[in-house]
Design a protein around this ligand. Structure first.
Ligand code: PHE
Ligand code: NA
Length: 435
């Protein structure tokens, strides 16, 4: 993506951006964080943050990308504010850390694809998950995932795989709806729904403080924000596109898939007698493996499900890998293919600890999401809200008819709401991380 072409088709941008957004974040990370963070109260805080912070920051990245026509490093120079490159740099470090362990989780998914088609997940779904998640096999499959991503990017056949996302997204939705429907018939469904969907309003304000870091980190992670990915993708959009509409499609789709994943995971966990927080990072794998084992045709269903999850993970992985590689090629004047190979090797090594011990995975995950992404979002919102507001508003107005009201709400949100919420989040995250 070196010359400044625009997306060939109107749908191309939406597909790539949705391919980046929809991934392990929705199906793996969202349900397990919800389970660890108290269920429905987490869901409420998360949804508020997606709307109140995620949407405005997504628009910030779109505006910066389209306005500058540059990657996240060049963008701030092009806009005449080179000092703000720091926001891009924080995002690059986050992308680097996130990709190193995203690939490890991608490796788990490959192992589940293989296990589904070759006779199952053993007698004990929890034990199977633990043996999948850490150890030499976890390292080997992490290597396989990383090689696949780097290979596809280096060979330039990424477009073909992105077309697979056109099939992947509807298939994932259909499978999740089907599984959620099946989950509704299980014994544990009632308890699961009240845990997941019925917040205790009397404690929610107090709980919100402890929930905030995880919920905000997830809002950024799931929408692929704070890493310059959406800046890069938007740098290829034409001025006739309505950024607001595109953001709406992406956020609704991403949120719907996460919500559905929760509707699948919790009834299965409750029915299997597993506490919602107990499954941890294994929640989706343990609950689904248990369910597929009981369903007629479960091997095939499971195989297809995990295969689609793998496609979802790959399209997200491309978007992060692309950012990491383009930072390096732009900064050091090196070629793309050797950079892709070199970066894959470095990222593989950096990810290894998280394939040895799940507590390292947690540590990487918390640091990148709850601290770096939030910091990057804080800087971006201050930049647009206070430094670059006039031009940004003009940019957001392109491609649509506007009476300026939405722009006014957006700007006020970026000036006051987003920075205050993110500054509080950052303080709480740092305290949690140190403490
Ligand atoms: N948004 C992706 C998901 O939900 C994850 C991701 C994170 C992708 C960071 C790119 C960068 O799975
Ligand atoms: Na997502």
């Amino acid at each position: 993506m070196d010359e400044r072409a625009t997306w060939a088709t109107r749908i191309g941008f939406i597909l790539a951006a949705a391919g980046s957004a929809v991934g392990l974040g929705n199906i793996w990370r969202f349900p397990f964080l919800t389970g660890e963070s108290g269920g429905a109260a987490f869901l409420v805080v998360y949804l508020l943050l997606v709307v109140g912070v995620g949407v405005p920051v997504l628009l910030v990245e779109f505006v910066i990308g389209r306005r500058s026509n540059r990657n996240p490093i060049g963008a701030f120079e092009r806009l005449g504010h080179p000092g703000w490159k720091a926001a891009g740099a924080v995002g690059a470090i986050a992308a680097f850390i996130i990709f190193s362990y995203y690939s490890v989780v991608g490796g788990w998914v490959i192992q589940y694809v293989v296990a589904s088609f070759t006779g199952g997940y053993g007698a004990d779904a929890e034990a199977f998950f633990l043996s999948t998640a850490s150890g030499t096999n976890a390292i080997a499959y992490h290597g396989l995932f990383m090689t696949t991503v780097a290979g596809i990017v280096a060979l330039g056949i990424r477009n073909g795989l992105e077309k697979a996302a056109t099939v992947m997204v509807p298939t994932v939705v259909v499978l999740l709806v089907g599984l959620a429907g099946y989950g509704a018939t299980l014994d544990g469904a009632g308890a699961a729904y009240s845990y997941y969907l019925a917040p205790d309003l009397s404690t929610i304000v107090g709980d919100a403080v402890s929930i905030l870091p995880a919920a905000a980190g997830q809002a950024f992670y799931t929408l692929s924000l704070g890493m310059g990915i959406m800046i890069t993708y938007a740098s290829y959009i034409g001025e006739d596109r309505n950024l607001l509409q595109d953001a709406g499609v992406i956020v609704v789709l991403d949120t719907a898939i996460a919500l559905l994943a929760g509707l699948v995971v919790f009834p299965f966990l409750f029915t299997q007698g597993i506490e919602p927080g107990e499954g941890g990072a294994g929640s989706i794998f343990i609950s689904l493996a248990g369910a597929f084992q009981q369903l007629p045709g479960g091997e095939i269903l499971g195989g297809v499900f995990f295969l689609m999850l793998l496609v979802a993970a790959l399209t997200s992985a491309f978007s992060i890998f692309e950012v990491v590689v383009s930072y390096v090629t732009d900064t050091f004047d090196v070629d793309r293919v050797p950079t892709a190979i070199g970066m894959a090797a470095v990222l593989f090594v950096v990810g290894i600890p998280t394939a040895i011990d799940l507590s390292y995975l947690d540590a990487y995950d918390l640091f990148a999401n709850n601290i770096l992404l939030i910091l990057s979002g804080l800087l971006l919102s201050i930049f647009i809200g206070w430094v670059y507001a006039g031009e940004a508003i003009e940019e957001l107005g392109k491609g649509r008819t506007s009476d300026g009201r939405i722009e006014a709400v957006w700007l006020t949100t970026l000036r006051y709401v987003v920075p205050v919420v993110l500054a509080i989040t950052l303080a709480l995250s740092v305290r949690d991380y140190i403490g």
